[in-house]
Ligand binder design. Sequence first.
Ligand code: MD3
Ligand code: FE
Length: 227
Amino acid sequence: MTRPRKQSAVPGALGDLLSGLAAPGREAIVEGAVVLRGFALPEADRLAAAVAVVAVAAPFRRMVTPGGYAMSVAMTNCGEAGWVTDRRGYRYQATDPETGRPWPALPEAFRRLAAAAAATAGFAGFVPDACLVNRYAPGAKLSLHQDRNERDYAQPIVSVSLGLPATFLFGGERRSDRPRRIRLEHGDVVVWGGPARMAFHGVEAPVEGEHPLTGSFRINLTFRKAL
Ligand code: MD3
Ligand code: FE
């Protein structure tokens, strides 16, 4: 999973530090946030197949915000806890409100990929207990928001993009901070931690298209330690 890294031109600990900052396919967004381009590509088929299995037990649905609007992004979850929203608010819960059953377990391929990506980004020992699966059809978007329903903000969040590309918006600590635009493509993984953890962020709607693995959708997996 961890790609072999080119031997650094600088030997020793300083070389390790430098290659850690600028390895091929790795783009720092801000301190604590790094894009690992194509990191999930070797596992993409397995991940997409596992999404389909999860969605049989816990179908994608458009959840309702506390304000009473149906979200445009369709969601499901796997793991010990799943993120939900309804008229009562946003929270993590152990059961799927649609079925009353526990969310499906985290597929082994999910767990492995999330841990490998986190370790590559400097967060060794990341053990996610929740995976929110977001499905974007053309026209579906996520407005600027913060992720604040997790217990421990010191834990990173790992995000895996599959299928159609989309533009990710990465803002600052205030909603009014002008966001940077980051193109996320099939197989890209982003690890968000440290000072970046509370930044406002969102996702623009993908343009219509067809992807061999996901059809007319963009799928995003976000791995969290929520509990
Ligand atoms: C930046 N999902 O589900 S996670 C979400 O593409 C969400 O569906 C994105 O935002 C998507 O809440 C990808 C990206 C993410 C998650 C947490 C962050 C970016 C973050 C926390 C701080 C800064
Ligand atoms: Fe988010």
